[in-house]
Design a protein around this ligand. Structure first.
Ligand SMILES: [Zn+2]
Length: 72
């Protein structure tokens, strides 16, 4: 993948960009976000869940790391 400055957060399972209002879950181990529909995590590894924008707001501190997680 090419490096770009404006990398949009996307689901690392289906690779689709997150849209406002979609249901997502946050991985408690890797601090990544995936769609609730793409979720493969056991419940005790889900750190947060809800609408994408709500999860982002609640977990803002992780989002500097988030691109590294999804971009490897
Ligand atoms: Zn997905």
């Amino acid at each position: 993948m090419k490096s770009k400055n404006n990398i949009k957060p996307h689901c690392h399972v289906c690779m689709e960009e997150f849209m406002m209002g979609v249901d997502v879950v946050m991985d408690g181990t890797f601090k990544g976000i995936i769609h609730a529909d793409c979720n493969y995590l056991p419940p005790d590894e889900i750190e947060d869940r809800g609408k994408f924008e709500d999860v982002v707001m609640r977990n803002q501190r992780w989002f500097n790391q988030f691109n590294h997680v999804i971009m490897h």
